[in-house]
Design a protein around this ligand. Sequence first.
Ligand SMILES: [Mg+2]
Length: 218
Amino acid sequence: MIDWRGIDTVFLDMDGTLLDLHFDNHFWLEHVPRQYAGRHGMALDEARRVLMEKYEAITGTLDWYCIDYWSDALELDIATLKRDIEHLIAVRPGVERFLLALKDSPKRVVLVTNAHQKSLALKMENTGLERYFDALLCSHDFGLPKEDPAFWDAVEEKFPYDRARTLLIDDSASVLESARQAGIGHLLSIRQPDSKLPPRDALPFPAVDDLSELLPVA
Ligand SMILES: [Mg+2]
């Protein structure tokens, strides 16, 4: 599926790629609606409806991924609420084997996430994955989400990389599409980002179930 000889840099998404997206889905679709309903004195169904509208209005923007934005908009302490359910943060199957093999290879391995710095810190603290990476890049530091093709130019200024020899693995089709437009040469998706939801069919990019399917790293 991958010719490793043609790749010297690996960009890896975090949520839904390295980590089970169940944490994030449960957080935004269950935990936040319950807290929001309590805070604003409304029924759970009503809270869900209001929140869905707020979510849809800014999907794919940097604010969508911003803890501070949501803390203000919802009048909830989002960072603290995430800690309430941190026991749900889980590394996907095969990920540690894959990261270990990459670490033992000469390739550069970079985490590239839209997650807010506080979410990134919480997840690294709970999983210990930080040790596998040469760098952790957060889109909030670039002022652009990964969904914007200009994001990949902004990364290059801070972290020079050869696009043709770079592999991006990301569960988001819109992120992969933006990377394709920016000229990143190798793109892979994840079939089942949330372990509690069924695998996805007919994805627009080649996809794997378990990252260890990509081993050995040549
Ligand atoms: Mg993701």
